[in-house]
Design a protein around this ligand. Structure first.
Ligand code: SF4
Length: 428
């Protein structure tokens, strides 16, 4: 886990900091507005070109009468060139908004939401946090020009209406070529005028990720805590797709949705086959998921067959499908090619058992929140040459050679282990 927050260990300011968002540079020649110089030799640093100098952890705080100096805590020692941070005006509180080396950076736009999902990892709060939208725009202005992906999340970002569309437009202009992935409950797009404005944005890499939690309204509306949400969400998806906007459907699998997983896949395969992709996602045990643990937790091992059937159903309908946030030893080996290392690197952890696992480099690991609840079926996978052995997998329903594609549908075995040939997957 990589820390994204900390308190400075020493501060020397001429006056309160003039603004909160700063980009980090290690180049003393790269001064300018909102540039913070990161250095370990504060005594020798000329602060004339910088409004703020950041000392690396452990740096002694020099007397810099003409400059603002903040010494970072140990947990923020990972800060580097191209990162973007926010600092309180007294220089004490520091949070990381953008990591140039992250596998994906997500900008939280609001904590407000018109859904109240039973497993929400970011529980909605009815607060005016519109400063987050302005802050996101500033961050986009400061990130390295070659940035290739931005994720916008909430809460529900579309509560900003056309201001969200303006932000997407700004990203597209500032970072041409960057993929922009927006997480939304999709309800706002039921308004044809809003969907049309969205589809008109000139942003080739734009995709909106929208959740569906049931094959019919009752379950979906129960999961999201809003009557009528299913109808609005599905209408939103239809409107967007009719206008050529890219849509990903996200299905978080938990105790309520797991039994309906195949039915949800069939619903998508029958009615929404034109979406760009489907992500079947593991549960993050944070926020309301922790509070409602008894209602939502299910060991992924318990629904591994349903997960495989859902993937097969969607692929057979021609819908690109991925498995997010699942550990390889908890899903059927035949599904490994569809599993993505999707957990943000700053909150990825591994079980102690993973140390001896041959596919640890290919497995996405766990959310840091797995410490609150995790599967009791974690089993290291062992390699023998280019073959891996998954112990304790039986009885298994199907297995096969990953390199040659799908295993035989419906085949069964009472074996207690499965052998999968992985010649191209870099098994250690
Ligand atoms: S044991 Fe291996 S497959 Fe299982 S979670 Fe750990 S790294 Fe992933």
């Amino acid at each position: 886990v990589i820390s994204l927050r900390g308190r400075s260990t020493a501060v020397s300011l001429r006056s309160p900091l003039p603004h909160d968002v700063w980009s980090v540079t290690t180049d003393p020649g790269e001064g300018g507005p909102r540039r913070a110089l990161l250095s370990s030799e504060l005594a020798n640093v000329s602060t004339a070109r910088f409004d703020l100098v950041l000392g690396r952890p452990g740096s002694p705080l020099p007397v810099v009468p003409t400059g603002n100096t903040v010494v970072l805590p140990d947990e923020l020692g990972h800060l580097t060139e191209g990162d973007v941070i926010a600092i309180s005006e007294d220089g004490r509180r520091i949070s990381v908004l953008w990591r140039s080396k992250a596998n994906i950076n997500s900008l939280l736009l609001t904590e407000r939401c018109d859904n109240y999902c039973v497993m929400c990892s970011q529980p909605p709060r009815d607060v005016d946090d519109s400063y987050l939208l302005d802050r996101a725009r500033t961050v986009i202005d400061l990130v390295p020009p070659g940035t290739d992906a931005v994720m916008l999340s909430g809460g529900e970002p579309t509560l900003y209406g056309h201001d969200l569309i303006d932000l997407v437009d700004h990203i597209s202009t500032t970072l041409p070529g960057a993929g922009v992935h927006v997480l939304s409950n999709g309800r706002r797009f039921a308004d044809p005028a809003y969907a049309e404005a969205w589809a008109r944005v000139d942003c080739p890499g734009l995709m909106v990720g929208i959740p569906i939690y049931g094959a019919e309204p009752t379950l979906h509306d129960r999961v999201v805590g809003a009557v009528g949400a299913f109808d609005e969400t599905v209408r939103g998806i239809l409107n967007l797709c009719a206008l050529g906007a890219a849509v990903e459907i996200r299905v978080v699998v938990h105790q309520l949705t797991a039994p309906e997983l195949v039915a949800i896949a069939e619903f998508i395969a029958r009615n929404l086959t034109f979406v760009d992709q489907v992500a079947l996602m593991g549960l993050e045990m944070m926020g309301l998921a922790r509070a409602n643990q008894r209602d939502v937790w299910i060991d992924p091992w318990e629904y591994r067959f349903e997960l495989s059937d859902a993937v097969r159903t969607l692929l057979a309908a021609g819908v690109p499908t991925r498995i997010y946030n699942h550990q390889l030893c908890l899903i059927e080996p035949a599904m490994w090619p569809h599993a993505v290392r999707s957990i943000s690197d700053w909150k990825t952890e591994y079980d102690p058992a993973c140390a001896s696992c041959s596919v640890v480099d290919e497995c996405g690991g766990f959310f840091a929140s797995a410490k609150y609840k995790t599967s009791s079926h974690i089993r290291p996978v062992h390699a023998v040459g280019t073959t891996v052995v998954v112990p304790g997998a039986g009885p298994i329903r199907a297995h096969g050679d990953l390199a040659s594609g799908w295993p035989e549908a419906g085949s069964t075995s009472t074996s207690t282990e499965v052998i999968v040939d992985l010649p191209e997957r870099g098994v250690r």
